[in-house]
Design a protein around this ligand. Structure first.
Ligand SMILES: [Zn+2]
Ligand SMILES: [Zn+2]
Length: 346
């Protein structure tokens, strides 16, 4: 089968690989129908994800049909249409029992797919712990609507949830790329008074505004962000900040625009270390929450998609076939042609 392989040293390639086989009774094999490229794939390519293994098949955001299941799999059967969770997790360890599945202690647990074990930019993928990692797609939900269930929407949903947004809050979202847009979509479920999007790219700002994801859009190159947030909140600042940009100064923006005692959720994946200037922020008494998604709300999210309350398919600006994916990587990396997300047919 064809697969996109991380070859190490900044290189990726489309290679011929054997079709994966079941290795454990809890595994499933999924025939991939639609896959996509994530910014994390670029981080791997750049060598910014030290645990990524050269030779691994990339891809951790995809949908498909169950081709085969191990004998211990209870919730899926061959033929089922499924969305695949970015995280594989055992469901039994200390962290899994508390919902912190990103830190599952199993050697195949956490974000392993397309990083430490073969992923889904390929014709088939082996999914460990299939009972936790696969979400059935209802007949009324299309592959494109389900494509972002396991990674982008899971991340936005998790960020909004741990931000503990209250009705009437002002939520600032830094970055209107795929993650930021999903964070806005999910933040809206908590009925904030206003969502303020901060984004350097005019096309992305316009998308956030015209889709109704943000009530206000700010341009860091033009607007004075701290003042703009204070003006809209009786001088306080944002109640909750979701930092989804990962740019050189966006972490500093995040804590500066938050109000005292506010919550700053950092979902961005930086390629460089960031500075936490504690003397400057002393007395502001902020709450920081950081890290990678705990992807254990996939069924809840699919339910909301089925009800028409959470649909991220508008993120798909570009479509191609798996044999054209290397060109898609180039366009996606260069943010050419206003690309937000690719849908890659396998
Ligand atoms: Zn991703
Ligand atoms: Zn676990």
């Amino acid at each position: 089968m064809k697969a996109v392989v991380y070859q190490g040293n900044g290189r990726i390639g489309l290679e011929e690989r054997p079709r994966p086989a079941l290795r454990d009774p809890r595994d499933a094999i999924v025939q991939v129908t639609l896959t996509t490229i994530c910014t994390s794939d670029l981080h791997i390519q750049h060598g910014a994800v030290p645990r990524a293994v050269p030779g691994v098949i990339l891809g951790h955001e995809f949908v498909g049909r169950v081709a085969e299941v191990g004998e211990a799999v209870r919730t899926g059967k061959p033929g089922d249409r499924v969305a695949v969770n970015v995280e594989t997790f055992c469901g039994e360890c200390f962290f899994c029992r508390r919902g912190f599945v990103n830190n599952c202690t199993d050697h195949q647990g956490g974000w392993a797919l397309g990083c430490r074990i073969d992923g889904g930019q390929a014709e088939y993928a082996r999914i460990p712990f299939a009972d936790h990692g696969l979400t059935r797609i209802p007949d009324t939900v299309t592959d494109e609507q389900a494509l972002f269930n396991g990674d982008l929407l899971s991340t936005g949903y998790w960020a909004a949830k741990i931000g503990e947004i209250q009705p009437g809050d002002t939520v600032a979202v830094i970055g209107a790329g795929p993650t930021g847009l999903c964070a806005m979509l999910c933040a809206r479920l908590y009925r904030p008074a206003q969502i303020v999007a901060i984004e350097v790219d005019g096309f992305r700002r316009e998308l956030a505004r015209e889709r109704g994801l943000a009530d206000v859009v700010l341009d860091p190159g033009r607007d004075r962000l701290e003042e703009a947030l204070r003006e809209r909140t009786d001088g306080r600042g944002a109640d909750v900040v979701l930092e989804a940009a990962g740019g050189p100064d966006t972490f500093q923006t995040a804590w500066k625009i938050a109000r005292p005692n506010g919550t700053v959720v950092v979902v961005a994946m930086y390629e460089e270390a960031q500075v936490l200037p504690l003397p400057e922020m002393y007395g502001k008494n902020l709450v920081f929450k950081t890290g990678g998604v705990d992807g254990c709300f996939c069924r809840e999210i699919m339910g909301l998609t089925e009800k028409g309350k959470l649909d991220a398919s508008f993120l798909i600006t570009h479509r191609c076939r798996l044999d054209q994916i290397l060109e898609a990587y180039r366009v996606f990396e260069g943010k050419e042609d206003h690309v937000i997300k690719y849908a890659v047919t396998v």
